[in-house]
Design a protein around this ligand. Structure first.
Ligand code: SF4
Length: 318
């Protein structure tokens, strides 16, 4: 498929409730699923285009036009969050996008990144335009890094860690480091101790522990129980916390657009009824009604993770 200047139906989605960012308007600047990694826990599914080549994927002006229209319609969000269907630093216009956003609004900008391209000076310079950068560090050695991330050939844990250290030395904003834990894979005491040492070198402002609460790319990936997350957070210490529950406020969509808004959210990630109801400020029974109709038409599927039922686009099902 020719993905040059691919034009999705929408570049933005939400606002959706984020466990870290409050109400977050997502901005998706990479076609699915271009990534430098193929993480076993990825909630978007397996990586189909593993690459380290930065590209001018999209019409950035079209992204900014869509954002301008949402702002004019009264958008309320705590953050504009660049991320989405792959690794956003693969988009070579990332810096131009943030410059454009700054001309439109004062809403802070966050970037969700796996951090693997931060060894590059251009990527560090572009990420440094954001207010908050949220990179990932899930492994403390090459074996676990390979097992969890299945990286592109030229990506190594040494490059990731040195890129994060360099970025910390240069970046004036906040770095919130995510550590995604997979039961039995990166939760051993020795691994946690080594991770703690790396975190001390990287010096993030916050450390967030996450686990597979949403359906992962590989079905055998298991979430870490809450008590163990708390214990690991205690062992890492400092600014480490387990990511909490989403907030309860949101912005209401036009009801006529409810179904397309729901689909816009589900195209990016699996969500529960509560996630969608909070993010779109809709009553839960109304969300359930739309989800049931979409399930009946075969557009979406549902999968239970623990006590929560998650809905996702049928094409995302592993
Ligand atoms: S979790 Fe993030 S870094 Fe990992 S494969 Fe998915 S999009 Fe890429």
């Amino acid at each position: 498929m020719d993905i040059a200047k691919a034009k999705p139906t929408s570049y933005t989605y939400g606002p959706v409730p984020s466990r870290r960012l409050g109400l977050s308007l997502g901005i998706d600047i990479v076609p699915p699923k271009f990534c430098t990694l193929d993480c076993v826990y990825c909630q978007i599914g397996r990586t189909t285009r593993r690459s380290t080549v930065r590209q001018d994927f999209l019409d950035i002006q079209a992204v900014l036009t869509e954002l301008r229209e949402k702002l004019a319609a009264g958008l309320k969000a705590d953050y504009l969050t660049i991320g989405g269907s792959g690794e956003p630093t693969l988009n070579s216009r990332l810096g131009d996008l943030i410059d454009g956003i700054r001309r439109l609004t004062d809403i802070p900008v966050a970037i969700l990144t796996n951090g693997t391209l931060l060894y590059r000076e251009d990527v560090r310079a572009e990420c440094a335009k954001a207010d908050v950068v949220i990179p990932t560090l899930d492994a403390a050695d090459a074996a676990v890094f390979e097992a969890v991330h299945r990286p592109a050939a030229d990506i190594t844990i040494e490059k990731l860690v040195s890129g994060l250290e360099q970025f910390r030395a240069e970046f004036q904003g906040e770095i919130w480091l995510e550590v995604f834990l997979v039961a039995g894979v990166n939760t051993q005491a020795g691994q946690i101790e080594k991770l703690k040492t790396l975190i001390q070198r990287i010096r993030p402002d916050k450390v967030h522990l996450n686990t597979a609460v949403r359906p992962p790319a590989e079905p055998d990936v298991r979430a870490v129980p809450a008590e163990m997350l708390d214990e690991i957070a205690h062992r890492i210490g400092g600014h480490c916390e387990v990511i909490g529950a989403p907030p309860a406020a949101g912005m209401g969509p036009c009801r006529a657009r409810a179904e397309s808004d729901i689909l816009s959210v589900l195209k990016r990630r699996p969500c529960s009824v509560a996630d969608i109801a909070t993010g779109l400020a809709m009553p839960r029974d109304e969300v359930t009604k739309y989800l049931t109709a979409l399930q009946d038409r075969g557009v979406i599927t549902a999968e239970r993770r623990g006590d929560i039922l998650y809905f996702q686009m049928r094409s995302q099902t592993p």
